[in-house]
Design a binder for this molecule. Structure first.
Ligand SMILES: CC(=O)[C@@H](O)[C@H](O)COP(=O)(O)O
Ligand SMILES: NCC(=O)COP(=O)(O)O
Length: 238
């Protein structure tokens, strides 16, 4: 079964726009779980443009599904993980000023650093996932880091989907099979939506988890959060 983890970054974006507590990210997370989300994902970026460190502390007290925290493994991020010991930490190579995550790790170049980070996170009892581009050369080194899973960076798939979905998905099928041969768990995320999700799942039926935020929150403006979460869940169960 492929789990849906709802990324609530954009709920915090809306909240921060007015400086109050509306929408309340804790309430949205609890409601998302009640509506069928099988995990909650957040990405507390250094500039706190959306999810803040305090949000993460507050959510850690109440999230009952899998709590997945994404981020660049700097001192601030590692302190957050050490403090709350979430179910999963997803390492992304984002520079502080990145408008969004736009690439996976060069696991060849950063192998030794990632090995140390993965070992430290395992010491906290946290599963580790490493954000990765669909390029085969990065997968054996990813395995060498000791990571439990990789997260396939799916923006290139999403951006090509409408032009030629077979061509768009091909590299992902190739590296997903390689990851499985290596004994790596497989997550996927970035720009997945109600148009492209079902085909990705069909072509990679053994996906462990998808984390979806931006498109899902946008869809919820039209369909409501409960209906939207169930629409995404159905895409994974077809
Ligand atoms: C790692 C990834 O692809 C996304 O989870 C990322 O967290 C999106 O970040 P923004 O919500 O800041 O665009
Ligand atoms: N890891 C991907 C994620 O959490 C959400 O990405 P997006 O759906 O906001 O693009």
């Amino acid at each position: 079964m492929t789990k849906l983890s709802v990324n609530i970054n954009k709920i915090a974006t809306l909240r921060n726009a007015r400086g109050g507590n509306n929408p309340d990210v804790v309430k949205v997370a609890l409601d998302a779980e009640r509506f069928g989300s099988q995990g909650i994902t957040v990405h507390p970026r250094p500039d706190e443009r959306h999810i803040t460190r305090q949000d993460v502390m507050d959510l850690a007290k109440v999230v009952t599904t899998e709590f997945n925290i994404e981020g660049y493994p700097d001192k601030r991020f590692m302190e957050i993980i050490k403090t709350i010991k979430p179910a999963q930490a997803t390492l992304v190579p984002d520079p502080p000023d990145a408008i969004t995550s736009n690439s996976g790790w060069d696991t060849i170049k950063h192998l030794e650093m990632l090995k140390d980070i993965v070992a430290e996170l395992h010491g906290y009892g946290t599963r580790v996932s490493i954000f990765i581009n669909p390029e085969s050369k990065y997968f054996e080194p990813a395995k060498q880091t000791g990571t439990d899973r990789v997260e396939l960076y799916t923006e290139p798939y999403a951006s090509q989907y409408h032009q030629d979905r077979e061509k768009a998905v091909a590299p992902y099928v190739e590296v997903a099979n390689l990851a499985r041969e290596l004994g790596l768990g497989i997550n996927a995320g970035h720009d997945l939506d109600l148009h492209n999700l079902q085909y990705l799942k069909k072509m990679i039926p053994f996906l462990d988890e998808v984390s979806i935020g931006h498109a899902l929150v946008c869809d919820a403006l039209y369909y409501g959060l409960e209906n939207t979460i169930q629409m995404y869940r159905r895409q994974l169960e077809m």
